[in-house]
Every structure is written in C-alpha cells, then in structure tokens.
Design a protein around this ligand. Structure first.
Ligand code: RIB
Ligand code: CA
Length: 308
C-alpha cells in the first residue's frame, strides 16, 4: 500500500490503522489541511511516535492550478493542535511523485490510498501514463454524493485541487471514492475517546487526543456533524477490510468550473440513460456509500492495542 496524506487529525488515525493493518511501502505528504512543511513534519512525528520505520516523502506544496487553501479552523495551524507530538528530528526528501512512480514499477498490484488533496496523485499519473495500470486501485477519501463541507457543493480534498481530482477519477484502475456521505457514518465522541484511552500506549493517547481535540473544535464550527467523523480511516479500512463497506459502480465527474459548484463530485446513479444505454458499462469508478461504523471503530481501538 502507498498512503498519500495531509496530517491532519484524521490522517493521524488513518496512519495508526495503516501501520497496524497494511504493508505500507511509503507515506507521501501533500499540501492540504496545513502547508506541506507541517503536513510532512506531522507525518514524520506520527511515525516516530509509533516507532514505525516507514519511508516518508514530501510532495506538492501547492495545487495544480487552484490557489492553496488550508483548514486551520479544523486542524489548527500546526495541523495537529491539541495533540502532543514532539517535532521530528528528521526531514523528508521532496520526491513523493517519483516514489509513487518507482514504487509501482518495483511492485505491481499496490493500492494507493490518498487522504488529502490529490495533487501528488495527479502529478504521478501525468508523469507516468502507465502508473494507473500497475496499481490494484486508488481508494481515496474525498468528495461525496450529497454535498460538501468547504462549500455547499464541495468536500475539502477535492475542492483544494479539483483539477487533480478530475485527473485521478479518470485513472484506468479501479478508483473508489469514500466521500462525506460514507465518512459521516463513522463518527466519534467522548465515550469513544475514553474507550481508546483505556487501551493505553502511544497510539491510544494519540487517537484519544485527536478525538478530544475534534470534539472541542467541532462544537465551535461544525459544518456538518458535531461528532468528529473518522474521514481518512474509512478510506484506509475500505482497503484492509473491504467487507466493511458497500459501494456502487458509478461514473464520477468533478466540476472544475469556477462557479458555485466548483469541486463538486457528481455521481451518476442512473442505470439507463435517455438513449437506453447503461451508463455504468466500462466505468472503473465506485461510489462507496455505506460503512459498518461499529466494526470500523472497533478496528481503530484494536489498532491502538498493537502499541499498548
Ligand atoms: O473533508 C475531509 C478531508 O479533508 C479529510 O481528509 C481531512 O483530513 C481533510 O484533509
Ligand atoms: Ca486528510
């Protein structure tokens, strides 16, 4: 597995699950929740905190075309406000795109799990047109079938770089979208934080602080749910534990215009068009719409237990 992320509180929980349940070839970082310097430092700090010897490589510092946006109201200016994480004593090389390409040349059949803006993924797909055919698939956190969280229409990861998202959804491998409609089914609360704390150890402390920080912040500005959703872990667990999600083959288009629906992901739920054609024929994108939330929350707790 290759993980491309923008830590980010929920990215941190996703990384705990990735370390516990996946064979991660590399973690790549991208500008997103906060700037690339911080998302990269956070990824290194999380790996160090877990004693996880995983390569970390930095990627794009800005979107393909759009002006950079960030989300300090959600994650704070550090990207991990409220979470005790010593700054890493190492840096990451800035070759994430090359790593995405070379890793899939060295080993075919890898799943790519992006949980931030898709800039690195799009750059790699453009730099190596054969990349998508070497992947098992792309399972991304982003978009959604029913509205956004940054605007009424768009979810943050897609809105931050709609052009990159459009390129990604056109990849010739399976592309699974775990959007807000499914990630908002997997929410946490103070009871869950206490349950995780009870496990003990560095991963449990990290996850509990993530949830508690989310509760503190979401109470102030909640765009769509008061209880912090585990967005990024859903995309990861959809690959490591695929029986815990349900999806539907559907064409997915990204609005790359500059109107009010910029960054929207349009899911084609039709089974026949007005011309009598099945619009799902030849489609390799999947709208993931249902998750087994209790089982996923149990897996997050069990992942923490690996470091108890
Ligand atoms: O909209 C939620 C997504 O945006 C999550 O991946 C979160 O970490 C932010 O990147
Ligand atoms: Ca993220």
């Amino acid at each position: 597995m290759l993980v491309d992320c923008d830590p980010g509180h929920d990215d941190a929980v996703m990384l705990v699950c990735a370390a516990a349940y996946a064979d991660v070839v590399a973690v790549t970082t991208v500008n997103g929740n906060v700037g690339l310097g911080r998302t990269t430092a956070n990824a290194l700090a999380i790996a160090d905190h877990l004693g996880w010897d995983v390569p970390v490589h930095a990627g794009a510092a800005r979107p393909l075309l759009a002006d950079p946006i960030d989300a300090p109201e959600v994650h704070g200016h550090s990207g991990m406000d409220g979470v005790t994480l010593p700054d890493p004593d190492r840096t990451a090389p800035g070759d994430a795109v090359e790593v995405l390409i070379e890793s899939t040349r060295a080993e075919e059949g890898i799943w790519l799990v992006p949980t931030g803006p898709l800039t690195n993924v799009a750059l790699a797909l453009r730099a190596d047109p054969g990349l998508d055919e070497r992947l098992a698939g792309i399972c991304l956190m982003g978009g959604g079938g029913s509205g956004g969280n940054v605007t009424a229409a768009a979810e943050f990861n897609v809105y931050a770089d709609p052009e990159a998202a459009a390129i990604t959804f056109r990849a010739r491998c399976p592309v699974r979208m775990c959007g807000l409609d499914v990630t908002h089914q997997v929410t946490t609360d103070a009871t869950f934080a206490a349950r995780v704390r009870g496990v003990g150890g560095p991963a449990a402390t990290l996850v509990a602080e993530v949830v508690e920080a989310g509760i503190a912040r979401f109470g102030r500005y909640a765009t769509s749910t008061i209880d912090p959703p585990m967005h990024d872990p859903v995309a990861l667990l959809a690959v490591t534990h695929p029986h815990l999600v349900e999806g539907t083959v559907a064409a997915i288009e990204v609005d790359t215009g500059f109107g009010p629906s910029r960054g929207a992901t349009i899911v084609d739920r039709r089974i026949v068009t007005r011309d009598g054609v099945d619009p799902r024929v030849g489609v390799t994108t999947e709208w993931v719409h249902t998750a087994d939330a209790p089982a996923m929350l149990d897996l997050i707790v069990d992942a923490c237990r690996r470091w108890a």
